[in-house]
Design a protein around this ligand. Structure first.
Ligand code: GLU
Length: 425
């Protein structure tokens, strides 16, 4: 159920520019030596691979994949694998850098990485998807290990893809290595709660934000969610369970809107049955761009990068934005939203629930001792709320927006690890 949203190509190419612009903003408050600031701008290593895959009709087709390790000062690198036609090395670089800050912000012992293959997974049969995944995984073998770099799902990949990676790596080693990936199916070492974790974390951040601003009645809060993949669908479902009014959701084709609130369990059934939101009764059709400007209290962009730009940020009516996607807001849009007084809970905080429960999965795999779901969610709550409170405190102390506050906290942690370890040799 992972869905990518289309967007303008020129915005997309800018993800790395966005990541660097955010970094440059944050380091002004970080008070760090210039050499460390320069060091953290760079990905540590970047890997590009071109490889063949046999299609079902016997043809051989070439594909390109990437894996970027941004910074590994805090531990092995961690981050998802994306299958999308929009994957570029620049995009993977940006996403790897955001993983470094995300892991540091929530204080889990990882660096940041990301990978991807330029492919539309919807155009592949199951057999083709498996062959592509296994070949890409075997090309990644020199770069990944439970001690070096641990992949996970992202846009266009899912637990089954993780299972094939785990199996390919394990076959190469000659024994089972569940800790090589997270986001696996539970029957082969996945964690309870991992599937729901990202969406749930998004809503935990939303609830804290609303409480902090004096909104105590869920039924009076209108929420619009862009994206109906793993993050958007789980966020909408959890918010609905808590009693919030979900007025709009969207998938790659467009959205559905009902100002009185959508029945999310019914929407999920419709989506399962038809593979799209379009055609859901009791709602009006809206485009993805229209969804961003709907009258609501909270907007949750949970689709992909570069959705809120200088072209549409002024039209946002929500008072709060909680970023389920990575990099949905450009720096220009941030300026407009900050001027309007919109409170933005940034991606590296709001969507960190996924990597936090990935961390739990890795810990459980290494210890071969598994936790119950309630314990997973309690620990998730503890870690994400600590990061939330710390970010809010930093924002208030330094009188800066939440994104810059989150980045400053993360960057200072990574810098501290670099300085304590020292420069090699
Ligand atoms: N792809 C997810 C993210 O962007 C999860 C990464 C992970 O669990 O390692 O945070």
């Amino acid at each position: 159920m992972v869905v990518a949203l289309q967007m303008q190509k020129h915005e997309f190419l800018d993800a790395y520019q966005t990541a660097l612009a955010q970094y440059d903003r944050a380091i002004r408050y970080a008070n760090l030596p210039d050499d460390v600031v320069e060091y953290m701008r760079y990905p540590r290593r970047e890997f590009t691979v071109n490889f063949p895959v046999r299609r079902d009709d016997g043809r051989m087709e070439m594909f390109t994949g990437y894996r970027v390790h941004h910074n590994t000062s805090m531990g092995p690198s961690k981050g998802g694998l994306r299958y999308s036609m929009d994957v570029t090395l620049d995009e993977v670089r940006a996403l790897a850098m955001w993983m470094t800050w995300k892991c540091a912000l929530v204080n889990i012992p990882y660096g940041g990485a990301k990978g991807g293959v330029v492919v539309d997974p919807k155009t592949l049969s199951m057999g083709e998807l498996e062959r592509l995944t296994r070949r890409y995984a075997s090309e990644l073998v020199p770069l990944i290990s439970p001690k070096m770099d641990i992949p996970a799902p992202d846009m266009g990949t899912n637990p089954q893809v993780m299972a094939w990676i785990m199996d390919t790596y394990s076959m190469t080693m000659g024994y089972s290595v569940p800790a090589i990936v997270t986001g696996k199916p539970i029957n082969i070492g996945g964690s309870e709660g991992r599937t729901e974790a990202t969406g749930r974390g998004v809503i935990m951040c939303m609830v804290s934000t609303l409480k902090h601003h004096g909104y105590h009645d869920p039924a009076a809060v209108k929420v619009a969610v862009q994206g109906f993949g793993n993050v958007g669908a789980n966020a909408a479902a959890y918010a609905h369970d808590l009693g919030y009014k979900i007025v709009a959701v969207s998938d790659v084709e467009g959205g559905i809107y009902n100002p009185n609130g959508l029945n999310i369990p019914q929407v999920l059934n419709h989506y399962k049955k038809y593979g799209q939101l379009a055609g859901y009764p009791e709602a009006d059709a809206v485009t993805n761009n229209e969804l961003l400007a709907l009258p609501c209290d909270v907007l949750v962009p949970a689709a992909m990068e570069g959705q809120l730009t200088q072209h549409n940020a002024a039209a946002v009516q929500a008072r709060f934005i909680v970023e389920g996607a990575n990099g949905p807001t450009t720096p220009e849009a941030d300026d407009i939203l900050n001027d309007k007084g919109v409170f933005v809970v940034p991606d590296i905080l709001a969507n960190s629930g996924g990597v936090i429960v990935s961390y739990f999965e890795w810990v459980q795999d290494l210890q071969a001792f598994f936790w119950g779901k309630d314990y997973v969610f309690d620990q998730l709550n503890r870690i994400i709320m600590q990061a939330y409170d710390r970010t809010l405190q930093t924002a208030e102390d330094l009188r800066i927006d939440m994104r810059t506050a989150a980045q400053v906290t993360a960057i200072q942690r990574v810098a501290s690890a670099i300085l304590t370890r020292g420069f090699y040799p």
